[in-house]
Design a protein around this ligand. Structure first.
Ligand SMILES: Nc1ncnc2c1ncn2[C@@H]1O[C@H](COP(=O)(O)OP(=O)(O)OP(=O)(O)O)[C@@H](O)[C@H]1O
Ligand code: SF4
Ligand SMILES: [Mg+2]
Length: 346
């Protein structure tokens, strides 16, 4: 195994609110290896975004607070690094693509100038060189007539075109790590597929390790090599994508898969996980998933003892369920569809 490009260890993030302390991310640990795509999945509020934003120094403090952890990027701890050094890494070696490009693009500047500015911020190049590199990048992400589009403003771009421009900006400085947070969620379905292709192309062009944060298990099956499943700010399961779909070993993962709309049968079939995600201010004792778990059967251990994340085999598969082994042979109803997609990943 090569050294990880990003190594998050025991990361804990709280928010102090009027209602109490929100435990958004709890003792999260995982590695991202060079060139791989790591999917992070989980329901809304499970801490997917906050865990990444915290690592990049982008959570508001206060109300946020990082109460434990380290995050080594290329061997340097991002959490203890000075603001200036961190700013140099962001947009350079580490780049981000968010759900809504309108929040990251400045409405009063031309698209091309914003990308060129990102290039200038990290490289000593002439205006002319930055402009021609920008046009090259716009072409790469499939923005038509990039010379003309360079001088347009964000509102003159459609949602899909704005996301392409954001991806161009993200890869402008050839990042080693690309963090994409729900990159296609705000777009309509046909555009989603196009942006996914652009993202793959950007990833392949730069060779960047990619963290893909998403609700969409289909997207994970298409793009990810390994997957982190988060619930209530904790890692529930981590394994390679094929194992996740073929042999999930956490009831929450099984629930997520069963709640996917199933397209292979005549009827669309959908079985949401019963109940609601827990309060992050006063989470349930024991296993955080126990009030919703089909496997627990009210067992005392689930209600009282928090399951640690533990290895299930020699291949790096880990699960935070006391009874993970009981899922052997009990496959999700849903596995065929995503596995086929994962298998065609090449
Ligand atoms: N500034 C803040 N103040 C208070 N609580 C916050 C703040 N930012 C995030 N949180 C809380 O942290 C928890 C984790 O949020 P996060 O955005 O990481 O979830 P997520 O998994 O990315 O969800 P989604 O899929 O909806 O994007 C949530 O309960 C959220 O309300
Ligand atoms: S520990 Fe118990 S409640 Fe938690 S996921 Fe496993 S079976 Fe379900
Ligand atoms: Mg999020």
């Amino acid at each position: 195994m090569p050294d990880p490009i990003l190594s998050i260890k025991d990361l804990t993030v709280d928010f102090r609110t009027e209602d109490g302390v929100v435990h958004a991310v709890n003792h999260v640990t995982y590695d991202v290896f060079p060139g791989e795509t790591l999917g992070i999945v989980g329901e809304s509020g499970s801490g997917k975004s906050v865990s990444q934003l915290a690592v990049l120094g982008l959570i508001p403090q206060p109300p946020g607070r990082i109460t434990s952890g380290e995050a080594y990027f290329n061997g340097k701890n991002l959490l203890t690094m000075g603001k200036k050094d961190l700013r140099r890494i962001r947009g350079g070696e580490v780049a981000m693509v968010f759900q809504d490009p309108m929040t990251s693009l400045n409405p009063v500047f031309k698209i091309g100038d914003q990308i060129a500015e990102a290039i200038h911020a990290h490289n000593d190049v002439s205006n002319k060189a930055a402009r021609s590199r920008t046009i090259e990048l716009l072409k790469l992400v499939g923005v038509p007539t990039p010379e003309r589009r360079y001088d347009q403003y964000p509102h003159e771009f459609s949602g899909g075109m704005r996301q392409r421009a954001m991806i161009a900006m993200a890869i402008a400085n050839e990042p080693k790590l690309l963090i994409a947070d729900e990159p296609t969620t705000a777009l309509d379905v046909t555009i989603q597929a196009q942006i996914l292709e652009v993202l793959k192309k950007a990833r392949d062009e730069t060779g960047a390790a990619t963290i893909l944060i998403t609700h969409d298990l289909g997207l994970v099956a298409e793009m990810a090599d390994r997957v982190v499943v988060m619930y209530a700010g904790k890692v529930m399961e981590l394994t390679d994508v094929r194992t996740l779909f073929e042999a999930p070993r956490h009831p929450y993962t099984v629930g997520l898969m069963d709640s996917l709309p199933r397209m292979t049968v005549d009827e669309e079939w959908l079985r949401p996980i019963p109940g609601q995600p827990p309060s992050l201010i006063s989470p349930p004792p024991g296993c955080p998933f126990h009030p919703r778990c089909f496997l627990s059967n009210g067992r005392e251990r689930c209600r009282e003892e928090e399951p640690p994340l533990r290895p299930l085999g020699p291949d790096g598969h880990v699960s935070a369920c006391h009874f993970a082994e009981e899922l052997e042979g009990q496959q999700s109803k849903q596995v065929e569809t995503p596995v086929e997609a994962a298998g065609s990943k090449g």
